[in-house]
Design a binder for this molecule. Structure first.
Ligand code: CP3
Length: 345
């Protein structure tokens, strides 16, 4: 029974026998086993995302190696942007050859009717994983939030401030709105397709949402992400909304309507919970660089976060952002063990 998973119980603020833990970007380059599978065939990162057998294999690795309580689909937030008509490459950061800048560019963007057909490898990976995991761990599907996807689509690559999108947002709101509407609708179809294929929870990554001031977040991000979450076939499927640097506007992040709120390490988890109230679960929030520290320091930090949560139901332990590629795997294994050992009832 899927309800028996501590991860899903925590998403619904139900009691658990120990705190569930997983790590954002838990399948990745810090694992030699990931690098070995990634090197097979000599292909690119995108080739790996599109190869269901290998993508499923690297999704399972952190379950076997770390003992994580949930698996996350191996893919990238930008893979569903390719069928919208943008040419994507990773070098290793993402690059779009034809970024979206003009009304004609927005007009040309395709919102595929059938996302299962547009990115067939995604439902295929999900189906393989559900078959592989029966009764073991739940599977999280994910997507980028509309604003974070727009950041890359308009800038064409990573950036510190994503000024090209912010310029469009302030100077030509109708164009910004038309772009965001198209992305939001693609995202809604994409995430519902993942649910239909078997994803048991959905995480929405808004890595760049914290670039905006609270009043701008309310105007330029919240309506779209709320529309997205409202449009998901959520019956029994918890939705996690993670806004990096969202700690100064938690009420607005909550207003998006997710079941779980992802927190980064710039907030005190206990104080964030006081603000958010007891009707929403939280996930976080260890600074990913703590995994470079000696083991006794890692243990002390896990204890501190567990103490901040103070046994409140609805808590999923995670990092405050993705695990870094040079972290020693044994430290990640130790961290997961600390969470389990120190929270066991
Ligand atoms: O969490 C997991 O284990 C699932 C896989 C996953 C990846 N990307 C694989 C990946 C997830 C959930 C993502 C999300 C993602 N991708 C986000 C949101 C979360 C975050 O970290 O902020 C963003 C902004 C992206 C875009 C992206 N993809 C960037 C900026 C980069 C380059 C930086 C980097 O880490 O190399 C990627 C590449 C990427 N996505 C890799 C992996 C494993 C590395 C590619 C490789 O193996 O060479």
């Amino acid at each position: 029974m899927s309800d028996d998973y501590n991860f899903l119980k925590a998403c619904w603020c139900q009691p658990v026998d120990r705190v569930p833990v997983w790590l954002m970007r838990q399948a990745g380059r810090y694992l030699p086993q990931y690098k070995a599978v990634r090197a097979q065939g000599g292909g690119t990162f995108l080739d790996l995302c599109k190869d269901p057998a290998r993508a499923a294999e690297v999704t399972i690795q952190p379950i076997d190696i770390l003992g994580a309580d949930a698996a996350i689909l191996f893919s990238d937030i930008l893979t569903p942007i390719e069928p919208m008509g943008l040419e994507l490459d990773f070098v290793p950061g993402p690059v779009f050859a034809n970024p979206v800048r003009t009304a004609a560019d927005v007009e040309a963007l395709v919102v595929p009717e059938d996302m299962a057909q547009a990115v067939p490898y995604v439902p295929e990976i999900i189906k393989r994983l559900r078959a592989a995991f029966t009764g073991r761990v739940p599977l999280i599907g994910f997507g980028g939030a509309p604003f974070t996807l727009a950041c890359y689509m308009v800038e064409g690559k990573g950036s510190k401030d994503f000024a090209a999108l912010k310029q469009m947002m302030y100077a030509d709101f109708p164009l910004y709105d038309a772009l965001m509407q198209k992305i939001t609708e693609m995202d809604r179809r994409y995430l519902n397709m993942q649910i239909q294929a078997g994803a048991q929870a959905i995480q929405i990554f808004d890595t760049w949402g914290g670039l905006l001031a609270p009043h701008d977040f309310e105007r330029y991000i919240l309506p779209y992400v709320k529309q997205l979450i409202d449009g998901l076939e959520r019956d029994g499927i918890p939705v996690i909304y993670f806004v990096k640097n969202g700690g100064t506007m938690l009420e607005l992040v909550k207003a998006a309507g997710s079941d779980v709120i992802g927190l980064d390490w710039h907030v005190n988890l206990g104080k964030a919970r006081d603000i958010l109230g007891d009707d929403v679960a939280v996930q976080g929030n260890l600074d990913p660089t703590v995994l470079y520290a000696p083991k006794d320091y890692i243990e002390k930090e896990v204890r501190r976060i567990l103490a901040e949560n103070d046994d409140r139901p609805g808590f999923i332990f995670n990092l405050g952002h993705g695990i870094l590629p040079t972290v020693p795997p044994e430290n990640a294994i130790f961290m997961v063990d600390c969470v389990h050992r120190l929270s066991q009832k």
